[in-house]
Design a protein around this ligand. Structure first.
Ligand SMILES: Nc1ncnc2c1ncn2[C@@H]1O[C@H](COP(=O)(O)OP(=O)(O)O)[C@@H](O)[C@H]1O
Ligand SMILES: [Mg+2]
Length: 343
């Protein structure tokens, strides 16, 4: 099959830590054709969605070592209709430009897209967790979202929590995540001015600081609604954010039974929303966020657990493509039978 990866840039891939590169390599090992493309390469040519896609040239031998593999990759660049793909993975950090999803709307019925375009549309920012509807906080922390500085100030006043977290609605990699101490409010108005301008288009998240966050969070990888691996990210000294991008370190982690129950519950909803490959950030039993665009963690979990999770991901892509092909064949057969009966 031909698999396309929408990525930010090939040159900025860190081969040892890249989950995307691990998946790409696994596809090539299985003799699939692999191409990468960038969002600014998306093009409509006479009403058909195309892309300047860079197809990886077939190698006589794929190096075992991931860095050697990365260095050995060469590309053949061509303008091609995106219908040429059997499958695409969107592996670019959020937020994604909604126009990219509109480009992909044109092919989503024919090409398997992980995650589903409409699923990404729903989960393109942190408001997605509100669709879980958990007003009693069984698995979501107390979370307020608002574009009103007055509301946020009032929510801080009314909160029973001494410590709270303020973060942007569509951030990633820990950007803009800060702690607010209730009794040290001198900076709050200035901060809110920074997060929320007068356009009416900015929203900010105010969230309870989750107990136990000092020990870091847990990145849980979910595939087709099921948990496939997890690891603990501990924040660097003096840091509250456990993201690897902010100096967090990776540690082995065994999921608790109640965490597994939460994942199972969420898993059904994720699949119903077309969100097949997802990274959950959890502290205890609470889900902080659902990463649907470019979740990482494969390489860290592989190292800590001696696994090759990329194999499970590619197995799943193959299954999805096979199922789509079968459906198409069945439909074509039915259409043929229908027209024969009419004749
Ligand atoms: N409510 C919270 N309580 C404690 N720590 C938090 C909370 N929210 C975020 N953090 C810390 O900040 C990190 C980044 O927050 P997250 O909501 O996952 O945003 P991002 O999309 O930037 O990764 C988390 O991994 C966690 O370490
Ligand atoms: Mg996160």
């Amino acid at each position: 099959m031909h698999v396309g990866f929408i990525i930010a840039s090939w040159d900025s891939i860190d081969p040892i830590n890249s989950s995307t590169l691990a998946i790409i390599k696994e596809c090539l090992i299985r003799d699939h054709e692999v191409s990468v493309l960038y969002t600014d390469n998306l093009t409509v040519r006479n009403n058909v969605v195309h892309g300047f896609i860079e197809t990886i040239n077939v190698m006589d031998k794929i190096p075992e070592n991931i860095v050697s593999f990365y260095k050995k990759v060469t590309f053949d660049k061509k303008l091609k209709a995106l219908h040429a793909f059997d499958c695409m993975m969107i592996r670019k950090d959020p937020p994604i430009n909604p126009l990219v999803l509109n480009f992909l709307d044109a092919i989503k019925d024919e090409v398997v897209i992980i995650n589903d375009v409409d699923g990404i549309r729903k989960a393109n920012n942190k408001l997605y967790t509100t669709t879980f509807h958990d007003p009693h906080n069984t698995y979501l922390p107390i979370t307020h979202v608002s574009g009103s500085k007055k509301f946020i100030n009032k929510a801080i006043d009314e909160s029973e929590n001494e410590k709270m977290i303020l973060k942007p609605l569509d951030g990633s990699g820990g950007r803009g995540v800060i702690v607010l101490e209730k009794n040290a409010r001198s900076n709050i108005n200035s901060l809110l001015d920074f997060y929320i301008d007068d356009s009416g288009d900015n929203y900010v998240i105010l969230q309870e600081y989750i107990e136990g966050a000092e020990n870091g969070d847990v990145r849980v990888l979910m595939l087709n609604g099921k948990f496939i691996g997890a690891y603990n990210r501990k924040p660097a000294t003096g840091e509250i954010r456990a993201n690897i991008q902010t100096g967090g370190t990776a540690h082995k982690y065994t999921m608790t039974e109640s965490q597994k129950r939460v994942c199972k519950k969420i898993g059904t909803k994720l699949v119903a929303d077309g969100l097949y490959f997802v990274g959950l950030d959890m502290i205890g039993d609470k889900i902080l966020e659902v990463n649907v665009l470019n979740p990482g963690g494969i390489t860290n979990i592989n190292k800590l657990e001696k696994l090759k999770l990329q194999k499970q991901v590619v197995d799943f892509l193959e299954e999805k493509v096979d199922a789509k092909v079968e459906k198409r064949v069945e439909l074509e057969y039915l259409l043929k039978r229908f027209s024969e009966l009419r004749e």
